[in-house]
Design a protein around this ligand. Structure first.
Ligand code: NDP
Ligand code: GO6
Length: 313
């Protein structure tokens, strides 16, 4: 079977970069959208040149030029979007509606993976403001995809290690705490932690798999389903040092929402609340419209939290 041609949109971003690399590694002819808007962003341009050197093809196109998107999409079989979430009040996720329009018009796409890669937005109707905008926007995109009858896969990737493992799930830092660690509630709610490169590997595996067609693929590798206390314990064993645990109740945690603070922080508080108090990543069984990635692809030797944490020693 010929390998599907893959277009990554948002390819220079945090998730996007890894998707490009994983697609190349799996031997897919890989295309990356090159937007003129990146202008003098030298890091983005260097990333794009790096992809080209590794064998990817760059396709010029802009979200403000519908034809360019249609032409880009016509060159491939699969489109993966890794557009950013809510940042600085610009709602980039809805920009994907333009991509949906282009895919619909082109009519050749065998699979579209919109930018999801987190909590399953379909289960977040009750989510708190302002964080809920992420889920609401992802649902608007899903609706457009389904109405256009575009074949899709939604990837629910749970917690990225860079934001949730290395810092022992502490907010506003990406580094492990040295003395004290804030424990959310009883600290026993189960969470799923993922290596970002594994998120990309599983995602690329799913793109031409009939088992994931028009389904949500949840990433729940069993050994990485841990509570915050278990996460902290792994770090304590690695360092040979015990951290002071400070418990924060749900009420106290949510009271931070009243204060001022930037939007990203307020969004983060809501997300952390749903993950660590409510248990939104693990408080349900995967139903008929879902599949679990490590069961589908047992050959992937995913990174365990213990090994991920070693990077921070
Ligand atoms: P980034 O902030 O890294 O941005 C990704 C890309 O979005 C950029 O590289 C850029 O593409 C594109 N983009 C941004 N603004 C615009 C715009 N105005 N017009 C067109 N393109 C734009 O995103 P992330 O990788 O952090 O997020 C991707 C997805 O992953 C989101 O859905 C997010 O919710 C989710 N996520 C999940 C996490 C988890 O723990 N589960 C953690 C972080 C994110 P270009 O390359 O063309 O410049
Ligand atoms: C990651 C973050 C880390 C926010 C998801 C504030 C969407 C998801 C697990 O952008 O708001 O400190 O599911 O102070 O569906 C951000 C968001 C994490 C990173 C959450 C995310 C996770 C988005 C912070 C902080 C480390």
């Amino acid at each position: 079977m010929e390998k599907s041609r893959v277009l990554v949109v948002g390819g220079t971003g945090y998730v996007g970069k890894r998707l490009v690399k994983a697609s190349l590694a799996e031997g897919h002819p890989t295309y990356v959208l090159q937007r003129p808007e990146i202008s003098l962003d030298i890091e983005k341009l260097q990333s794009l040149l790096d992809f080209k050197r590794r064998g990817a093809q760059l396709i010029e196109g802009s979200f403000s030029d519908h034809r360019s998107l249609v032409e880009a999409v016509k060159q491939v079989d699969v489109v993966i979007s890794a557009m950013s979430g809510v940042h600085f009040r610009t709602h980039n996720l809805l920009t994907q509606l333009k991509l949906v329009d282009a895919i619909k018009e082109a009519g050749n796409i065998k699979r579209f993976l919109p930018s999801e890669f987190g909590i399953d937005p379909a289960r977040m109707e009750h989510a708190l403001e302002p964080g809920r905008v992420t889920f609401d926007e992802k649902m608007v995109v899903r609706k457009a995809i389904e109405e256009a009858k575009i074949p899709y896969t939604y990837v629910s990737a749970n917690c990225f290690g860079g934001y949730f493992i290395g810092n022992l799930s502490q907010m506003e830092t990406l580094l492990p705490p040295k003395d004290k660690v804030l424990i959310y509630g009883d600290g026993n709610v189960k969470v799923v932690f993922m290596d970002e490169d594994d998120v990309a590997t599983y995602t690329i595996k799913s793109i031409d798999d009939p088992r994931t067609l028009n389904k949500t693929m949840y990433l729940r590798p069993p050994e990485n389903i841990l509570s915050q206390r278990e996460l902290v314990e792994i770090w304590e064993k690695l360092t040979g040092r015990t951290l002071e645990k400070i418990t924060i109740s749900a009420e106290e945690f949510l009271s931070q929402l009243k204060g001022t603070g930037d939007l990203a922080h307020q969004v983060g508080i809501g997300h952390f609340y749903h993950i660590f108090y409510e248990g939104c990543l693990t408080n349900f069984e995967i139903g008929y419209n879902g599949e679990e990635a490590s069961k589908l692809y047992p050959e992937v030797d995913y990174t365990r939290v213990h090994d991920y944490l070693k990077r921070y020693l």
